[in-house]
Design a protein around this ligand. Structure first.
Ligand code: ATP
Length: 301
């Protein structure tokens, strides 16, 4: 279900319910909006906010339920602060898993993932996640008001100034449709309220990510069909959100792939090609070329 019927206060019991309902093969991104599977506390809390450099170093990974299958054999990837890496690769190559590891939903078997100079498994997970915003292609909204859905991204909703809330909602292109709702931001969504369109839900999810002012953004671009206007509003909001942040995106749009600082091509458990769009196209053959031939990317300007 795309809407979950709980109030913000009921989250802890919700997690245990969620844990029960998540089986192997379910969509990782549905849980990324919330919390790690591994309840972790403690660890280093650096004094300063991170710069946002991310390094995957010799990462080897299997899912605990499928130890026989190596998702990553020896994965290496670096993202400099403020740069965008677009991950492409065949279905099942591990694009979402890469994001799950960064969020510490799972830990690598060997190898390490760094944020700046810190191995992420040494960091306090609550601190780590404060700096990572996620926007998935099918965001899960809670069956509560639009305001609470956005404020869910913050540590303490009561401490968020209204001014900041409105600014973020405007940047995410939420404000324009909320203004037309009779109850504005207090309008309930989901089973108890109105059903939002796919594009509206994505924009609420963007506002939820943005209100944290994250250093790092994990994006799973939409493949679902949105009408041209909605598509444009989502894209515009995403572009605003990406500015000045380290971005790891699972790319489905040709425009994203073209604009990425680096495209990382995943196949058979490792990054097999890396470069800008032009660099990868200039290769005489390769996985990227094959993907471009067979995959129909959305063309958005
Ligand atoms: P797609 O493009 O189809 O979304 P992807 O490249 O994002 O795929 P992942 O979702 O990361 O791929 O999955 C990589 C592999 O890991 C797949 O073979 C998938 O079946 C498997 N997998 C994903 N989640 C789990 C899980 N929770 N437990 C066991 N295996 C999993």
């Amino acid at each position: 279900a795309a809407y979950i019927g709980i109030s913000i206060g009921g989250l802890s019991s919700f997690y245990s319910e969620l844990n029960k309902s998540i089986g192997a093969g379910s969509r990782i991104w549905e849980i990324m909006d919330r919390e790690a599977e591994i309840p972790l506390k403690g660890g280093i809390i650096p004094l300063e906010a991170p710069k946002g450099k991310i390094v995957f170093q010799n990462v080897v990974f299997s899912y605990p339920s499928r130890e026989d299958i190596k998702i990553f054999h020896n994965l290496n990837l670096e993202i400099e602060p403020g740069k965008m890496v677009a991950v492409v690769g065949p279905s099942g190559s591990g694009k979402s898993t890469l994001a799950a590891l960064l969020l510490r939903l799972y830990d690598p078997i060997t190898g390490a993932i760094y944020l700046d100079d810190y191995e992420i498994d040494k960091l306090d997970p609550v601190w780590l996640k404060k700096f990572i915003g996620t926007v998935s292609q099918e965001p899960v909204l809670f069956s509560t008001s639009i305001r609470d859905n956005i404020l869910y991204g913050t540590d303490d909703p009561s401490k968020t100034p209204e001014e900041k809330f409105l600014q973020v909602s405007k940047e995410a292109n939420v404000h324009e449709f909320v203004q037309n709702l009779p109850q504005g931001y207090d309008t309930l969504v989901g089973e108890r309220g109105i059903m939002l369109s796919g594009g509206q839900k994505q924009r609420v999810a963007i506002a939820r990510a943005l209100i944290k002012d994250p250093k790092i953004l994990l994006l799973d671009e939409a493949t679902s069909a949105l009408d041209a206007h909605s598509e444009h509003l989502v894209q515009e909001a995403l572009e605003r959100v990406m500015k000045g942040r380290t971005v790891l995106t699972i790319a489905h749009r040709l425009s994203t792939i073209q604009n990425a600082d680096t495209i990382a091509v995943l196949k058979n458990g490792e990054i097999v090609e890396k470069g800008t769009y032009q660099e990868l196209l200039n290769l005489s053959k390769g996985v990227f070329k094959e993907l471009m031939k067979h995959q129909t990317f959305k063309v958005t300007q």
